[in-house]
Design a protein around this ligand. Structure first.
Ligand code: ADP
Length: 507
């Protein structure tokens, strides 16, 4: 490694924005570029992104980050990519144009497809792919595009179309697109498609057939840390190795240095995602969690994880801000919550897209229960913050039941961890310390580490452990009986949201 290559660049293509973050050898942020992209809601339950806008934004933010740091590609040792997971793009490999917008992970349009595929058994493929049949995952989204976009099925059968999660789309474009772009994904992203066998780490042809997806559309599955290709074409990364890919939640787990079985992190963003490292063992879930690939470094054995995915946490705060206009910016929720002592008996179950882990109930819809005339805006703000903590405790309970391992502390990251009230309540409710690292951008950091390790910029996991530093710790202080009572109330509130969607209430 030549001495002038002092940095690694991470591209973090998220649900709401694309970021490029430049890290130095100590794992510290040197410069950042960020740009939001349009959220397209064509109908209730549908969520799309424009893949061309995403590609352009990625290029733009790379330029911004490099420009702010005053460096160029010659000083980059490698580039890593991390991405919103499950969001699916189908594109024409001859023109490079998407045949349809990207269908985003939150999109529920594939409900019927999912029900038909399962034939009454949502766990039909679970022993192979680790996932229940749900609208969340990619396979059914690809099927929807092939079934609904004019001419798509024909082109797919002729081998003219490619599919990919956002990592594949970004990698293909940065490595030249129609002019020789590589069509790869990594094991972590592939493990969210419903099409990859967790044991073989290869596509399951039978499931692809069931979904009518030609094998020629699928990217080659690679490890999370190896050189996939070099920047080509008009990118600012010409000849720079692109050497790390991890889905965003796996990247955060990596960036949080959760390398031992039993270590877990919880990310508090638009939704919440907790991952528990289970080592080289594939642990099937009996309690509504997903089994997924955590990471795979080059030709080392894959490391697996149990995951609890919660669809709505930070986005509930956004909903209070944007739809109810209760405050102007997300952090203000803390002031509002501080105007009251407790939730006043109110519980808010944000089942806006049904319920994800541990329930997986597509028929649920949001509910605010326990209301009396006593309840005011402050109580509602509090109930909203508490909803995130309650949902997290449900996921922790499921993880402990599945793994037999008791959580001793929780590493956290993501935008909502700025909220002291929430973090303290979380520690009280879980009765374990909650710990936040100095570098809160763990997602980008994880992708940078994977890429840097692949090219020898960092020697391995020990560097990640050495660079990890604690910023803040919340110790449990709550009254345990009181916490348990509130948790029981929460669980009762959840049952009130079930069975809402039926023939009268259709999406
Ligand atoms: P993502 O990466 O999923 O886009 P972030 O990690 O950037 O999300 O977190 C943003 C989310 O956190 C938003 O949904 C926002 O409403 C919420 N959020 C940000 N700051 C706070 C705060 N101080 N209190 C509560 N929620 C917050």
């Amino acid at each position: 490694m030549s001495d002038d290559k002092k940095y690694v660049l991470a591209i973090d293509q998220g649900t709401t924005s694309s970021r490029a973050i430049l890290f130095d050898h100590a794992g510290k942020i040197v410069a950042t570029g960020q740009k939001e992209h349009e959220q397209i809601f064509p109908r209730a339950g549908w969520v799309e992104h424009d893949p061309v806008e995403i590609d352009q934004n990625v290029r733009e933010v790379i330029g911004i980050a490099l420009g702010r740091a005053g460096i160029n590609r010659h000083q980059l040792a490698a580039v890593g990519i991390t991405n919103q997971r499950e969001t699916t793009v189908v594109w024409d490999k001859e023109t490079g144009q998407p045949v349809y917008n990207a269908i985003v992970w939150q999109d529920t349009r594939t409900q019927k497809i999912v029900e038909e595929l399962g034939g009454g058994n949502p766990d039909k493929y679970k022993d192979r792919v680790g996932l229940p049949l749900a609208t969340y995952f990619c396979g059914p989204k690809v099927k929807w595009i092939l079934d609904n976009v004019d001419g798509a099925r024909e082109k797919a059968d002729q081998g003219k179309l490619l599919m990919g999660t956002i990592d594949s789309w970004v990698l293909w474009n940065l490595t030249g697109g129609t002019d020789g772009g590589v069509h790869y994904t990594d094991v972590t992203n592939a493990s969210r498609t419903m099409l990859m066998d967790l044991k073989t780490l290869d596509w399951d042809e039978e499931i692809a057939n069931d979904m009518g997806i030609p094998m020629s559309m699928l990217p080659e599955i690679k490890s999370s840390a190896e050189v996939y290709g070099k920047g080509r074409g008009d990118s600012l990364l010409i000849d720079t190795p692109i050497a790390g890919i991890l889905g965003d939640q796996q990247a955060a787990t990596f960036g949080q240095a959760c390398f031992e079985p039993g270590m877990a992190k919880n990310t508090y963003g638009t939704g919440n995602f907790m991952l528990l490292n289970t080592g080289n063992e594939i642990v099937p879930s009996e309690n509504g969690l997903l089994t997924t690939v955590c990471y795979k470094i080059g030709d080392q054995e894959a490391v697996y994880a149990l995951e609890g995915s919660i669809a709505v946490t930070g986005s509930l705060v956004q909903w209070l801000r944007d739809n109810l206009k209760m405050f102007n910016s997300a952090p203000e929720i803390e002031e509002l919550a501080a105007t009251v002592e407790d939730n006043g008996g109110a519980y808010f179950v944000p089942a806006f897209s049904g319920l994800f882990a541990p329930y997986w109930r597509a028929d649920a819809r949001g509910a605010l229960v326990g209301l009396t005339r006593y309840v005011n805006r402050g109580h509602i703000a509090r109930a909203v913050l508490e909803a995130t903590a309650f949902q997290t405790r449900e996921v922790v309970d499921a993880m402990e039941a599945d793994s037999g391992v008791e959580l001793t502390e929780l590493k956290v990251d993501g935008g909502m961890t700025a909220n002291e009230t929430l973090m303290q309540f979380q520690a009280d409710l879980l009765d374990v310390p909650v710990v936040r690292p100095v570098v809160a951008e763990t997602t980008a950091l994880g992708a940078a580490y994977a890429a840097g390790i692949a090219v020898g910029f960092w020697s391995g996991e020990q560097d990640v452990i050495d660079n990890w530093a604690e910023d803040k710790r919340w110790e449990p202080q709550g009254d345990k009986d009181q916490m348990d009572r509130m948790y029981r109330n929460w669980k009762k509130a959840v049952t009130k949201t079930f069975d809402w969607v039926d023939e009268d209430v259709n999406d």
